[in-house]
Design a protein around this ligand. Sequence first.
Ligand code: CS2
Length: 497
Amino acid sequence: MRARSEVVAAAPRLRLDTLDRLARGGAFTPPAVDPRALRVGVVHLGIGAFHRAHQAIFTEVAAAAAGRDDWGIAGVTQRSASVRDQLTPQDGLYTVRERGHGAAPLQVVGSVREVLFGGGDPATVVDRIADPAVRVLTLTVTEKGYRRDGSGRLDRTDPEVCADLAGRPPRTVVGQVVRGLQRRSAGAAGPVTVLSCDNLVGNGEVLRGLVHDFLEALPEAEAAGLADWIAASVRFPSSMVDRIVPATTDDDRAAVRAVLGLEDRGVVVAEPFRQWVIEDDFAADRPAWDRAGAVFTSDVAAWESVKLRMLNATHSLLAYLGALRGHDTIAAALADDELAAAADALMVEDVAPTLRAPDSLNLADYRRQVLERFANPALRHRTVQVAMDGSQKLPVRLLGTVRDRLAAGAVPRQAALAVAAWMAYVAQGRDVRGRELPLDDPLADRLLAAAAAGTGNPGRLVDSLLRVEEIFGADLPEHDGFRAALTEHVGRLTANR
Ligand code: CS2
């Protein structure tokens, strides 16, 4: 007899033809546009779950609202071929499952028309970026995908960056962008907008700077004329993206199979909320994302710092403190009164005084909404997922607040608690129940070595980790008030462990 799970697994795969045969109505929402008619107009680097639950939906809704068939997406997966292997046999289709209060029915998205594996087929990525039909290149490659050094410039000691500079088909993100632009300029493919959607301060400006760093490092003859062409034909607007997208589980795939009767290996999960604020600075045509709810503005910086400093910083605080205390999810961490108080205090005492809220935003409402979203019990967003890549996230989310407060003469005790919780997480590697806490971070080896040098003494541990200059710069270790606050928190967090 076959096991029940095998019978279920034999459901036909989600594809254009199997989707066509499904009865419409109620249980799921089909693509808002006809995927067969869509032509590629956007290349997206980093087609993980976040892109599929965010920009891909905005783009599909925008195309439907504007009656356009030229804004399909070619997505590039960077580090592994798995998204390509999930979506290609499904004609690019996948389902979004919202979880939580106000969740919409399952939604099948059809805006992704092609998935390329950058690691395996880098030349094709360059070709796609250089296609004249493409007018927008978007990115979600995470903080570490930008390969910056401690001063925020392109890391020219990175062997992958060096190999891309030497002229192989590019495998780094900045290499792909520059080589794609180079090919566009040679082929007269026309202007293009490069739109970063990562959680970085001034993400458009950052990316433009890295592109210029790459150009500067190229041999003179190769770069000649390219910088001028980029200045004339390319824009790098900044944007703030927001949607909580936890990792997909077997449960989610089973729920989709139960409703569609089809197997979807590309299911993504999201909270009902989504937001996108984009600097209105485009080199050419763009999807009517405003028709899908996005906001175009000339002042994205204010939105971005509110989001990074309020939402993401508090997320990290809850992730590290929560994981140490044995809470598996962000919602469980927030249900712990002490941690809820710390989350609120971080936003009220340290973050709010550093912010300039956009005109239409009330910070107190924003704070309440963030906490409500984190409390969503159906999301089951894991603390260790948010805890990953701390070395990349801390400077963006927390250290701007720390520096601003110190400059104003205040000791940022609450922000220090978040940083201290990260230090304790790195140093202890286990939660209160003795379960292992993964250190998933590009600097993991250095961090572990630094933590080992400070074992058993909170002051030494703080000093040792503060000396990781890529994270804390040369200034923060020199600040006695900040050091003392960190040491006190770390002492408490690591006592009796
Ligand atoms: C989270 C973000 O994993 C993390 O670090 O803080 O991914 C967060 O869920 C999103 O930025 C929300 O927009």
